[in-house]
Design a protein around this ligand. Structure first.
Ligand SMILES: NC(=O)c1ccc[n+]([C@@H]2O[C@H](COP(=O)([O-])OP(=O)(O)OC[C@H]3O[C@@H](n4cnc5c(N)ncnc54)[C@H](O)[C@@H]3O)[C@@H](O)[C@H]2O)c1
Ligand SMILES: [Zn+2]
Ligand SMILES: [Zn+2]
Length: 406
């Protein structure tokens, strides 16, 4: 089959690789129909996540049709399913608490040892996300093996096309959990750093959950415009001092809750971010936490900090004094996607959440390497890329895709 494989920093290739096979009784094999490139994939592309090996198949946002099942899978051939990015057993202490991305059973010992050393405890398995999370082949491919197919995937109705349900795999629940972690009360103002797909879905979710105002921060005009269309007030961090502007907009108090939807690759020419860049080159820090710091310093006293943005290792100058003295609460984590699938599918069916507004480009899987480059180099034009596998896209439609890209 054809699949997008990682070979090093800024080197991904579509190659022919062996087809996946059923390995365990709970497995299913999917013929992938749609798969998306995520902001988290950029961290792999930029070489920030350790534990990648040449030839690893990327992709953790995907959906498709079941073509083969193990004896203990609860899926059936022909089912159309969306698959959550964290792999969870459904049965361990954490899964029983619905903390699926903390599952204790899906990251084999030889790989989980590394995360155990780094974090104290091993992480769950994740599709296409390095050998730190189990080394599972991802779904930016024609076929993918889905372990624990009896726990994760949700069967989606045929009348909802791929673009409407694909993002249940990650960014829609991620934006939702980010807003939920803000514990929004009526009248609240929520500030969101980053208007990528995660930030945009967090903005939409916060408004659905009753936030009175949402203030969105980024610098890409296209992404800020999408945030504005959703109903957010917007700040371009190149034009204003974000902390001052937020204080001014909230009567000198600060937002009630803040969301860092940027993560470890914050941009910006602030002194702290330049120091991070220099230190990361010298391997003194791994993560550039500018947005995180700014969020902690901007939020009101007694406010809530929600961090969906991914951090991998160590960051410098965490304002622990502000965090403690202001009496803040922080919630974060890889999303417990399985927890949100059914309620969010219901909202999609009822037309209450829009999942398609942020898609800027469709492209065949064959062009995935080019699409990674665009996603990396031109985030203003490329707000979200959905890849279609060649076998699933009729020739005529593919020509349309090419046309759209030209
Ligand atoms: N927790 C989870 O389960 C989960 C799931 C998916 C993605 N993520 C993470 O969420 C983050 C966002 O994902 P995405 O797909 O939206 O990524 P993205 O790269 O498309 O978007 C990030 C946005 O942040 C903006 N940004 C950078 N520096 C900024 C700053 N200083 N202030 C304000 N905005 C700034 C960028 O301009 C960009 O628009 C990433 O770190 C990703 O890894 C986490
Ligand atoms: Zn993702
Ligand atoms: Zn588990």
């Amino acid at each position: 089959m054809r699949a997008l494989t990682w070979h090093g920093r800024h080197d991904v290739r579509v190659e022919t690789v062996p087809d996946p096979e059923i390995v365990n009784p709970h497995d299913a094999i999917l013929r992938v129909t749609s798969t998306a490139i995520c902001g988290s994939d950029l961290h792999l592309y930029d070489g920030y996540i350790p534990g990648m090996r040449a030839g690893d198949i990327l992709g953790h946002e995907f959906m498709g049709e079941v073509v083969e099942t193990g004896p203990l899978s609860t899926l059936h051939k022909g089912d159309r399913v969306v698959v959550p990015f964290p792999i969870a057993c459904g049965d361990c202490f954490f899964c029983k608490k619905q903390q699926f991305s903390c599952c204790d059973n899906t990251n084999p010992a030889e790989t989980s040892d590394a995360t155990e050393t780094m974090y104290g405890y091993p992480m769950s398995g994740v599709f296409g996300y390095s050998h730190l999370t189990g080394g599972y082949a991802g779904g930016q491919a024609e076929y993918v093996r889905v372990p624990f197919s009896n726990v994760g995937p949700i069967v989606v109705p045929d009348h909802l096309e791929d673009d409407k349900v694909l993002f249940l795999s990650d960014i829609l629940p991620t934006g939702w959990m980010a807003a939920e972690n803000c514990e929004i009360e009526p009248g609240d103002t929520v500030a969101v750093w980053g208007c990528g797909p995660v930030g945009l879905f967090a903005i939409q979710s916060a408004l659905i959950m009753g936030a009175h105002r949402v203030i969105a921060i980024d610098h890409y005009p296209t992404r800020l415009a999408l945030a504005k269309e959703l109903g957010a007030e917007i700040l371009d961090y190149r034009e204003v001092d974000v902390r001052e502007a937020l204080a001014e907009m909230t009567g000198g108090i600060g937002p009630d809750a803040v969301i860092d939807a940027v993560g470890l690759e914050a941009h910006g020419i602030s002194i702290d971010n330049i120091a991070d860049q220099v230190k990361s080159m010298a391997f003194l820090v791994t993560d550039r936490a500018h947005a995180f710091r700014e969020a902690v310093l901007s939020v009101r006293k007694g406010g809530r900090v929600s961090v969906p943005g991914v951090y991998g290792g160590f960051a410098d100058k965490f304002p622990v004094g502000a965090f403690m003295e202001k009496g803040l609460t922080m919630k974060t984590g890889q999303t417990h996607v399985q927890r949100y699938l059914k309620p969010l599918l219901d909202l999609i069916e009822q037309g209450k959440v829009d999942t398609t507004f942020l898609i800027s480009h469709h492209a065949p899987l064959e062009q995935a390497a080019d699409m990674y480059k665009h996603w990396h180099d031109d985030q203003n034009q490329f707000t979200k890329i959905v890849l279609k596998t060649e076998i699933a896209v009729p020739k005529a439609e593919q020509q349309e895709v090419q046309h759209e890209l030209a």
